[in-house]
Design a protein around this ligand. Structure first.
Ligand code: PXL
Length: 274
């Protein structure tokens, strides 16, 4: 009998399938881990109103009940958090992680969806920073989120990213990936990996593609799978970067508003399993 590695996502549903638990479960499957999910929020997007987002939270008690179910099976080898709607939900997740001594936690501190300017409850940023980041093996903020978590505000340069990574590491995350992505000037997409002493700059040519909806969730889910499979954090991040780059390259126009990553892109390119 093969006992698969178990990976848990605690995140929202995106009914368009690119981001959220859909992205996570598909990514887990690509890596060959057994994915399970606890839902925190239902995100809806309105095609009649320029794809503007609605966010319906799941009650904190129901999130807690799902985590009771999720932790009643085999040992969870790694887990990730994604979109979390409010402080009570963040609290029950942090409590469960501590009570059940869950390890290999990837915190994707989702604060805003691509194209949206309205930040999910501002007090969430504080709760993420104070309750979840300290438990994280790896946290994966984008430029905006790293500015919020570090308290530095707007980040514009690689040096700003380094400063933010140090401050976030001081909050307790063992490893920090600041996703500069395409946001910095120049022709490279730059992410920064920090292990508490050394920085590694991950650079790829910017992809001329808008098929990146779901990229952040997919990246964090790929890291989670790598950790579950016993990769060192840096190896897990490097592999996840290749995986998400292939997912973006093989993405497609979902509709007039978004282009989605295709989570199977890496496998299709390699024509082999992960
Ligand atoms: O990409 C951020 C994100 C995360 N989780 C859910 C989402 C989105 C963006 O649309 O819908 C559920």
């Amino acid at each position: 009998m093969t006992q698969p590695k178990i990976t848990l996502t605690i995140a929202g549903n995106d009914a368009s399938g690119g981001a959220g638990i859909g992205a996570d479960l598909k990514t887990f499957a690509e890596f060959g881990t057994y994915g399970i999910a606890a839902l925190t929020v239902i995100a809806t997007m309105d095609p009649n109103n320029n794809w503007s987002h609605g966010v319906t939270p799941i009650d904190a008690q129901i999130v807690k009940d799902q985590l009771v179910t999720a932790t009643a099976g085999p040992k969870i080898d790694a887990l990730k958090t994604g979109m979390l709607p409010n402080v009570p939900v963040i609290e029950v997740i942090a409590e469960t992680i501590k009570d059940k001594k869950l390890t290999n936690l990837v915190v994707d501190p989702v604060m805003v969806c691509k194209g949206e300017t309205e930040v999910l409850n501002p007090e969430n940023a504080e709760a993420l920073r104070d309750l979840l980041v300290p438990l994280a093996t790896i946290t994966t903020p984008n430029l905006f989120e790293a500015g919020q978590l570090s308290g530095l505000g707007t980040l514009k340069t690689l040096d700003d990213m380094k400063e933010a990574a140090k401050l976030i590491h001081q909050k307790g995350a063992q490893y920090v990936v600041v996703k500069g992505g395409k946001a910095l000037e120049g022709d490279k997409a730059i992410d920064l990996f920090y292990d508490g002493s050394d920085f590694t700059v991950l650079e790829v040519d910017k992809i001329e593609s808008a098929t990146n909806h779901g990229a952040g969730c997919t990246f964090a889910a790929a890291i989670t799978s790598g950790l579950a499979q016993g990769l060192e954090p840096k190896e897990a991040v490097l592999k996840a970067k290749d995986f998400v780059t292939a997912a973006i390259k093989n993405g497609f126009e979902y509709n007039q508003f978004i282009g989605s990553v295709f989570h199977s892109g890496y496998r299709l390119e390699q024509n082999k399993g992960i």
